[in-house]
Design a protein. Structure first.
Length: 261
């Protein structure tokens, strides 16, 4: 299916690896010129070269921490008025809420709530003026089904979800063909889950492969998701065909969430 976004521009955050990379690749395959932001230059440049070779689109890289004011300024200097914005940042560490001080909470909120809001604020008026805009926030399945040890993520990402629920439904955005939606990933085969499995293996004395299979067995699909399929879902939300979809939370978790709604 032609998604009708060839020639558009996208700013994709945390795009050198994992789910951010999956989104960038999927958009580039649809003919979208992409500006990629990430902290690590080596991985970022490797991803940019890979996308250029495969798709031939224009790829711009920005080595920066998007969760800082300086990082956001650098990203917006490279592409101030994107047609598509994919907000993404690494999640805060797990732990016991009794151990988190104010600084830990502020860091989590800055990264996973306020950074997306700042980028939306900086780009949405241009989208309204051009009568096209697609904003996708990568949040977490923990928004739908909170995980006790991920309190920092539960809180910060739920705050973003509440913000989006209101602003996405304002008539000025919705009537101007500007949509904002959230993608809620479950367990995907990325560096983050690999690190988690390694930590679990050390604690239990089991092998990483054993821990991997054990985790897969908790998912009805009996596997982890891939960044490629996640990226395809993102590309659809950014498509011309998705203009009637806004303010929604799309859970992609292989059926792990047990609820009806």
């Amino acid at each position: 299916m032609d998604m009708g976004i060839r020639g558009r521009t996208a700013l994709v955050c945390a795009a050198s690896k994992g789910l951010g990379k999956g989104c960038a690749v999927a958009l580039a395959r649809e003919g979208v010129d992409v500006t990629l932001v990430a902290r690590g230059a080596e991985a970022l440049n490797a991803t940019a070269d890979e996308i250029r070779r495969e798709t031939g689109v224009k790829v711009t890289t920005v080595v920066a921490d998007i969760t800082t004011p300086e990082g956001r300024s650098a990203a917006l200097a490279a592409l101030s008025q994107p047609d598509i914005l994919v907000n993404n940042a690494g999640g805060p560490p797990p732990g016991d809420f009794r151990e988190w001080d104010r600084d830990a909470w502020i860091k989590a909120i800055d990264a996973n709530m306020l950074t997306p809001i700042e980028l939306i604020k900086a780009t949405v008026d241009g989208m309204i003026a051009r009568k096209f805009g697609r904003i996708v926030n990568i949040t977490s399945s923990a928004v739908k089904a909170p995980i006790d040890i991920l309190g920092l993520s539960n809180g910060a990402r739920s705050g973003l979800t509440g913000f989006v629920a209101g602003v996405a439904r304002t008539s000025k955005l919705a009537s101007s063909n500007v949509t904002i939606n959230n993608l809620l990933p479950g367990v995907f085969d990325t560096d983050r889950i690999k690190t988690t499995l390694e930590g679990s293996a050390k604690k239990t004395g089991k092998t990483v492969d054993e821990m991997r299979q054990q985790r897969m067995n908790t998912i009805p699909a009996k596997r982890f998701g891939t960044p490629e399929e996640f990226g395809t879902a993102c590309a659809f939300l950014c498509s011309a065909q998705a203009s009637y979809v806004t303010g929604q939370n799309f859970l992609i978790d292989g059926g792990a969430y047990p609820g009806t709604y």
